[in-house]
Design a protein. Structure first.
Length: 145
């Protein structure tokens, strides 16, 4: 599996690399999540990252490898009475495109702490995320040994 500390440090560096990102934070379903989400200001683009899952590719113990399944979100907190989720998707699209561009640049430069499978990158619109967040998710696979 991916080292979670390294994974967290990588994503937490993205607000310094993408001007529209206000912050990056891990997301888990727990009792404290609503309090952390309340602290986010409307209009801010936030990068949420889930801890990755993993599945084995090993045919035997000599060829042990895992594929890590990763998902990150670029979301904007918004007021549904003043803005539609489609408008938020439009607003956050440039941020998610910048994120994907950086992922690919880091991979080709060899400075990415993860061996991302570029062909596995999928982007999906997300609306009604925790009620008043909308934006995009990016899923991708990372190889580890």
């Amino acid at each position: 599996m991916i080292n979670l500390k390294t994974y967290q440090e990588y994503w937490e560096g993205f607000p310094d690399r993408i001007s529209r990102l206000a912050k990056a934070m891990p997301i888990t379903i727990d009792e404290e999540i609503s309090r952390r989400l309340l602290a986010i200001r409307k209009g801010d683009h936030t990068l949420f990252f889930l801890p990755p899952g993993a599945e084995s590719e090993a045919k035997n113990s000599d060829a042990w490898r895992e594929t890590n399944i990763c998902v990150v979100f670029v979301m904007e907190k918004y007021d549904p009475q003043r803005m539609t989720s489609y408008e938020v998707l439009t607003d956050t699209q440039t941020t998610i495109e910048a994120l994907k561009r950086i992922l690919l640049e880091d991979l080709s430069a060899g400075c990415c702490p993860m061996r991302i499978d570029a062909g596995s990158i999928n982007t999906l619109p997300e609306t009604k995320f925790f009620g008043n967040f909308a934006g995009w998710s990016v899923g991708f696979n990372v190889k580890s040994e």
